[in-house]
Design a protein around this ligand. Structure first.
Ligand code: UDP
Ligand code: MG
Length: 323
């Protein structure tokens, strides 16, 4: 089989609610593009009916390719799997929940061709469909990230974008694990363009990004790109040292002047302030040590359990039967 022109990579985790709408909206649209394509759904170890629904749909939709990770490895890891396996000359990543309108894919392709760019970012022109908490944390996140990466990051561009084969190969060649795509891709520096769109509400189901996954993403984003927090730790350490020096001098002066102050408050204050600073610094160090540890382990970030492209006929049946 010849490699398709376009690969649409869709990470999915427990998306059974959205799947029927997803098929209904995606298929006519992609068929209508008039180019060869594959829809590469990376099932990120879903525990619901997602896998069996996908396999059932694949029998009637030859362009639908199902790659199943052995266990839930996270949105970014699922994208990594998609990047590794996709064959298209262009690759679009899109969420399963149809918050990013798939109709924009046609605009992505047109922009990439007309402007001869390797990356087309989907940029949200309006975030009113997100909750206040999501908007606020997202704004903080992008501010911080722009600072750290030190390069213009398209604001409010998440994981809805088109990249060319050149970019896919460059990303796959990166040695690091735990990549955060929305940072790594701008950082690579390929010529890029933007297409604005309005982000819709989730078509069905609930968010699969809980707070801990959001924190993980934020921590990975920072520690992957910057040692600034480590330097921050040094500054805190210096400040803490200075403060405790002042405390010591103060205590000495008071003692020499003969006024015996009970001093309980200041002692507790000093101990807790310095303790807090120390813990903070240790925590920051820990984040980096953890990263070094993980990369020295060289464990795969994800394992593929099944790929419908490599299926010889009976695996799919087993796969469904196993659920
Ligand atoms: N997702 C995934 N693995 C996870 C969490 C999420 O593959 O561990 C997928 C999810 O199925 C969806 C996309 O990542 O296609 C974005 O997740 P979601 O829409 O829940 O995040 P939100 O839009 O609320 O930030
Ligand atoms: Mg979503």
């Amino acid at each position: 089989m010849r490699d398709p022109e376009l690969s649409v990579v869709v990470p999915m985790y427990d998306e059974e609610d959205v799947l029927p709408i997803f098929f209904e909206r995606m298929r006519p649209l992609l068929d209508g593009l008039g180019i060869s394509y594959e829809v590469l759904v990376v099932d990120d170890g879903s525990r619901d009916a997602t896998a069996s629904m996908l396999l059932a749909a694949a029998t009637g939709w030859p362009e639908l390719r199902v790659v199943r990770l052995l266990r839930n490895s996270g949105h970014q890891a699922a994208q990594s799997a998609g990047f590794r396996r996709a064959r298209g000359r262009f690759l679009v990543t899109i969420d399963a929940d149809l918050q990013d309108p798939p109709e924009i894919i046609a605009d992505f392709l047109a922009t990439a061709r007309e402007q001869q760019v390797d990356v087309v970012y989907g940029v949200r022109s309006d975030r009113s469909s997100d909750s206040w908490a999501k908007r606020t944390t997202a704004r903080l996140y992008y501010r911080l990230i722009c600072r750290l990466v030190g390069r213009e990051i398209p604001f409010d561009a998440a994981d809805f974008r088109l990249v060319s084969r050149r970019v896919v190969d460059a990303v796959n060649a990166l040695p690091e694990d735990g990549r955060v795509f929305r940072l790594v891709i701008p950082w690579l520096g390929f010529p890029s363009a933007e297409v604005e769109y309005v982000r819709a509400e989730r078509a069905a189901g609930v968010t699969k990004y809980n707070w801990s996954k959001m924190f993980r993403l934020a921590f990975d984003s920072v520690t992957a790109f910057s040692a600034a927090p480590l330097r921050l730790a040094t500054w805190f350490g210096l400040l803490g040292g200075l403060l405790s020096g002042l405390f010591a001098v103060g205590a000495l002066v008071i003692k020499l002047s003969g006024e015996s102050v009970p001093g309980w408050t200041s002692t507790v204050l000093a101990v807790s302030v310095i303790g807090a600073i120390q813990l903070l610094c240790l925590g920051l160090l820990g984040e980096y040590v953890a990263r070094l540890f993980q990369s020295s382990q060289r464990r795969p970030q994800f394992l593929v359990g099944y790929d419908s492209l490599e299926d010889t006929g009976h695996q799919a049946v087993n796969e469904v039967a196993r659920r």
